[in-house]
Each structure stands twice: as structure tokens, then as C-alpha cells.
Design a protein around this ligand. Structure first.
Ligand code: SAH
Ligand code: SF4
Length: 373
């Protein structure tokens, strides 16, 4: 099978060229062609000798996943459906703002972590994306937005906040992050690349050592009892361990704080008492808080907190000297807002079926008493 050069970072490409008996500096040239100029045709890489181009064409390729859907929201947000194989597609979202353009990309087809309020979590898990499929989303978005190299690149920031848990796909995500940061590829600063995690503590430490980009942590609850319900991975890595990992991370982080994400669920985690508990919980962690109004999806069973509840919550935190922002909901008319990304995922964990069995056994009204394969 041909080697897909799109998924190799500088080190991987240098190794590839060495193995072919070529000089490792070829890696830089090829990186620039692929990632800065958006070139997929090896034959067109004109600063490589004809003989090398011919050889490369035999042994390798530049293969991106395929865009199969492209929607624009009223506020300028774009959402692409990116097909990664016959059964799975993931979503990437571009969010233009006055002074920056943020691309939100996916790291897995589905997600195994089952956060109760997340549409991706509800649909089960199929597989990790490869490095080529992760960086391919940035590569495709740059091309779709009509720029190769340009003074004003439309994508100035990347957030790994799409489908999947990035730290559960560690090696492929880190290789993709290295490409984002590489001056011969996308040249983004570490401050402008954010990984969001639901709190895989050991992997947070590994990220700190391997590639410390900006970190966002999905906290969502001020105590373990509630977080166990909302973010089940909390049963394995409870809040105290999570916060300790955040403090360790900050030592090497590009910013001197972590961002805590907190989804605002009506009547679940949004009272002033929750806010006070949260304020004292994070009092010793250098952090900012980002409140995310819950974005609904069919049969979620949750509702978004009222604007009044959200501002009360924010006021309590601000009064405790915690910088708190409320995330603007973008692209919700095309289901592109946080937690609404579903793509199309073949659930290898067969979660839907397990749900059905549970519902059937429990005799829930309205459950379909279908035989389960
Ligand atoms: N798996 C990673 C990153 C992807 S989700 C993580 O969990 O951090 C990006 C953010 O959106 C997370 O904070 C996630 O908890 C939040 N989110 C998930 N579903 C949501 C929903 N329906 N409404 C609002 N935010 C949601
Ligand atoms: Fe996975 Fe993040 Fe969704 Fe939780 S919130 S199910 S970790 S994608």
C-alpha cells in the first residue's frame, strides 16, 4: 500500500525519506508543498528532481478524506461533513470572528466516553481517526476557504473540540498537533491550538511532556457525585486528581491558566449554590471558566439553562475573582454548535442496541420491543 504523506509530521517524513535513501531535508520541502500550498499532486512538487517525483508517485500519495457535506449558517459558520471511510463521517466547523478564524476539528469517529449531554457520546464509538484524517480536516478547510499560503490565512486558531476525545487517540492527535505548530506546515503558535479533554489524567501528563498546547478541561460539575453522572470518566479520574493534573499541566502550558468548560444544564448544574461550590473548588487552580449554554439535540433529555440562570451563575464566579465567559452559540441553525456534531458513525460498540435492550427490559413506555441481534 502507498504511504500517505499527509499524515506524517516532520520527523515521520524525514524517516520516510531516509528509508527511501533520500536526504532527510526533503521532508521540509514536501511539508511545505502539502500543508502550505495545499498541493496533493506529487508530480507538481517542482523543486524535487523529476526522478524523485517519479519514485514518490510509485511509493506514496497525498490522500485527504473527502468532503461530502458543506453547510453555511446564517452567522457565517461553516460545517463540513468529512467522510473517512465507507461507514463513518466526522464533522469540522469553521467559526469566523472579526479578528480570528477558528477551526473546530474531530479526533474520533464517535466517542466512547458517554457524557450524558453530548450528541457524539450518545452515538457510540467506532474508531480513532488517523493523523491524516485529523490534519486532513485542516488541510481541506484551508482549501475550501480558498487559501493556500497567504498573508491573511482564514484559519488562525484550531480547537480539538469536535467529535471524540482527543486524548483517547493520543499518538495520532500529537502528530497532527506537531503539524499544526510546524513552521513548514501551518505555523500556528501553541497558544492558538487548544485540546479539549474530558479529563484523561495520565494522558494530560503525557500531552504536557509531548506537545503542551493550550488546554481546555470539561469540568461541568462542582462535585464528584454530579460529575459521575454527567461525565462518567470521572468515576475513574475524580475531580481531585483532575485538578492536580491541571496544575501540573500549567507548568508547561503556553498560557498560565487552563480553561474549564462548564455546560449549563437547566436545573441540573446551574444554581447559585453550584456556582459557589465551583468557585471554592477551583480557587487554587489558575483558570478561566467558559460557560457553554447547552445545545439541544433530539431526545437529549436536557434543556438549556435560562439566560437569567446563566448570568446569575457567572456573577457568582466573577464575584469570586474567577474570569468567566459565556460561550456564544454559533452555527446552531445547522447543528454545528458544541455537542451537536454527530457525523455518521457506525457504532461498533453497538450502544444503540444495548440501550434498546435496557429500555425494553425496564419496560419503558414507548420502547420498541424488537428482538436484538
Ligand atoms: N471530548 C472532548 C472534546 C469535544 S467536546 C471533551 O469532552 O472535552 C467540546 C466541548 O463541548 C466539551 O466541553 C463538551 O463537554 C461540550 N459539549 C458536549 N455536548 C454539548 C452540548 N450538547 N451542548 C454544549 N456543550 C456540549
Ligand atoms: Fe466524548 Fe467529549 Fe462528548 Fe464526552 S463531551 S462524550 S468526551 S466528545
Amino acid at each position: 500500500m502507498k504511504q500517505n504523506l499527509l499524515g506524517l509530521d516532520a520527523e515521520g517524513l524525514a524517516r520516510f525519506f531516509e528509508a527511501q535513501g533520500e536526504k532527510p531535508f526533503r521532508a521540509r520541502q514536501v511539508l511545505r508543498w502539502i500543508h502550505q500550498l495545499g498541493e496533493a499532486d506529487l508530480a507538481k512538487m517542482s523543486d524535487l528532481s523529476r526522478a524523485l517525483r517519479d519514485k514518490l508517485t510509485m511509493t506514496s500519495c497525498v490522500a485527504a478524506p473527502q468532503i461530502v457535506g458543506d453547510e453555511a449558517a446564517a452567522d457565517g459558520t461553516r460545517k463540513w461533513l468529512v467522510k473517512v471511510d465507507g461507514a463513518n463521517s466526522v464533522e469540522s466547523v469553521f467559526i469566523p470572528e472579526t479578528s480570528r478564524g477558528t477551526l473546530c476539528i474531530s479526533s474520533q469517529a464517535g466517542c466512547a466516553l458517554e457524557c450524558s449531554f453530548c450528541s457524539t457520546g450518545r452515538q457510540g464509538f467506532n474508531r480513532n481517526l488517523t493523523t491524516a484524517e485529523i490534519i486532513g480536516q485542516l488541510w481541506l478547510a484551508n482549501r475550501a476557504l480558498g487559501r493556500g499560503v497567504s498573508e491573511e490565512r482564514p484559519i488562525t486558531n484550531v480547537v480539538m473540540m469536535g467529535m471524540g476525545e482527543p486524548l483517547a487517540n493520543f499518538d495520532n492527535v500529537v502528530a497532527a498537533l506537531r503539524l499544526m505548530l510546524d513552521d513548514s506546515a501551518y505555523g500556528l503558535s501553541r497558544r492558538r491550538v487548544t485540546v479539549s479533554t474530558s479529563g484523561l489524567v495520565p494522558a494530560m501528563d503525557r500531552l504536557r511532556d509531548a506537545c503542551p498546547v493550550a488546554l481546555a478541561v470539561s469540568l461541568h460539575a462542582p462535585n464528584d457525585a454530579l460529575r459521575d453522572q454527567l461525565v462518567p470518566i470521572n468515576r475513574k479520574y475524580p475531580i481531585r486528581e483532575l485538578l492536580a493534573a491541571c496544575i501540573r499541566y500549567i507548568e508547561k502550558a503556553p498560557r498560565d491558566f487552563v480553561t474549564f468548560e462548564y455546560v449549563m444544564l437547566d436545573g441540573v448544574n446551574d444554581t447559585p449554590a453550584h456556582a459557589r461550590e465551583l468557585a471554592s473548588l477551583v480557587a487554587n487552580v489558575p483558570c478561566k471558566l467558559n460557560l457553554i449554554p447547552f445545545n439541544p439535540f433530539p431526545a437529549s433529555g436536557y434543556a438549556r439553562s435560562t439566560p437569567a440562570a446563566i448570568s446569575r451563575f457567572r456573577d457568582v464566579l466573577m464575584a469570586a475573582q474567577i474570569v468567566t465567559t459565556v460561550r456564544k452559540t454559533r452555527g446552531d441553525d445547522i447543528d454545528a454548535a458544541c455537542g451537536q456534531l454527530a457525523g455518521q458513525v457506525q457504532d461498533r460498540t453497538r450502544r444503540q442496541e444495548r440501550r434498546l435492550v435496557r429500555a425494553t427490559l425496564a419496560g419503558e413506555p414507548g420502547s420498541i420491543a424488537e428482538p436484538v441481534r
